[in-house]
Design a protein around this ligand. Structure first.
Ligand code: NDP
Ligand SMILES: O=C(O)C1=N[C@H](C(=O)O)C[C@H](O)C1
Length: 267
């Protein structure tokens, strides 16, 4: 006891941040070291365990990182991630960055941190989703020369509170598929009379309903048959377990950019 990595949680009072705080607290190989929120958060000054529903754990939520931590896990908003990435870069604190919906400029700013500290920037931390990324790459590779052409559509479902669309995960699935199959157009929904579907498109469809924690279906549609590959989260903890694995992994690495495939041994 006593030498476990100290974990900072950015976005600590959010839906994901609360679960990260709880599962870090319950993990015998990790210790909660900081709980961070925005400067205007009503949760500032409150015990993070109280906020997360497990009773006091002796750590209050703050807006600035004052204590030493060995790694930070971020599930916040793009501005929150950019800010904490700057802090991590300066203090050489490993960073697990899970926030989605970044602009290309914000993404580049975050990636800069990997010059001085270990970084993972991944739209999905779940084991199942990362394995599915590997399976989808293989499917796309195998189907790319199908004579009749293959129409790829990506359907994602998330809770009504989600702010970005389509999900970062859906966009990443699209990048993987385009990398293998060569599609050049990314189309978000359809209406009116778009005409016959060109094979160079990937279509994205973002459903927002109730409390869905995340589902992705990749449709490979051909003449005469269809393959649907689906991965479904049951609870947000599926993402948190992956994030904790990533945090432990990064504490043993030197500065650089790593992936969930590195963490999970999927390469
Ligand atoms: N990579 C992955 O596996 C996953 C990624 N995500 C992504 O994680 C992000 C968070 O999701 P979710 O928890 O549902 O969202 P929430 O809105 O519930 O939580 C975000 C939290 O971040 C806080 N925040 C806002 N600004 C800052 C800041 N400057 N510094 C620190 N904290 C800040 C918010 O506070 P306030 O409400 O006061 O603004 C809020 O408490 C999203 O981008 C989502 O897409 C989600 C699940 C899995
Ligand atoms: O906001 C969410 O909830 C999720 N966001 C991530 C994304 O945008 O891909 C990952 C997961 O699907 C849950």
């Amino acid at each position: 006891m006593g030498d476990q990595p100290l974990v900072g949680v950015n976005g600590a009072s959010g839906r994901m941040g609360q679960r990260v705080a709880v599962l870090v607290y319950q993990d015998p190989d990790l210790k909660l070291g900081a709980a961070l929120e925005s400067e205007s958060s009503p949760a500032l000054g409150k015990d993070v365990g109280e906020v997360a529903g497990i009773g006091p754990v002796g750590l209050n939520i703050t807006s600035e990182l004052t204590d030493r931590v060995d790694v930070i896990i971020d599930f916040s908003l793009p501005a929150g991630l950019v800010k904490i990435a700057g802090v991590c870069a300066e203090r050489q604190i490993p960073l697990v960055a899970a926030t989605t919906g970044l602009t290309p400029e914000q993404r580049n700013e975050v990636l800069t941190a990997s010059q001085t500290t270990p970084l993972i920037l991944a739209p999905n931390m779940s084991v199942a989703v990362n394995l599915m990324m590997k399976l989808v790459r293989e499917a796309a590779h195998s189907l790319k020369n199908t004579p009749s052409g293959v129409d790829v559509e990506i359907i994602e479902r998330h809770h009504r509170f989600k702010e970005d669309a389509p999900s970062g995960t859906a966009l990443h699935f699209g990048e993987i598929i385009a990398d293998e199959m060569g599609q050049t157009e990314h189309v978000h929904g359809r209406e009116g009379r778009p005409g016959p579907r060109p094979v160079c498109e990937i279509g994205y469809h973002a459903l927002r309903t109730g409390d869905n924690v995340g589902e992705h279906t990749i449709v490979f549609g051909m003449m005469g048959e269809t393959i649907d590959l689906t991965v479904r989260g049951h609870t947000r903890d599926s993402y948190v377990y992956g994030a904790l694995m990533a945090a432990k992994y990064l504490t043993t690495q030197k500065a650089g950019l790593y992936t969930m495939a590195d963490v999970l041994g999927l390469n």
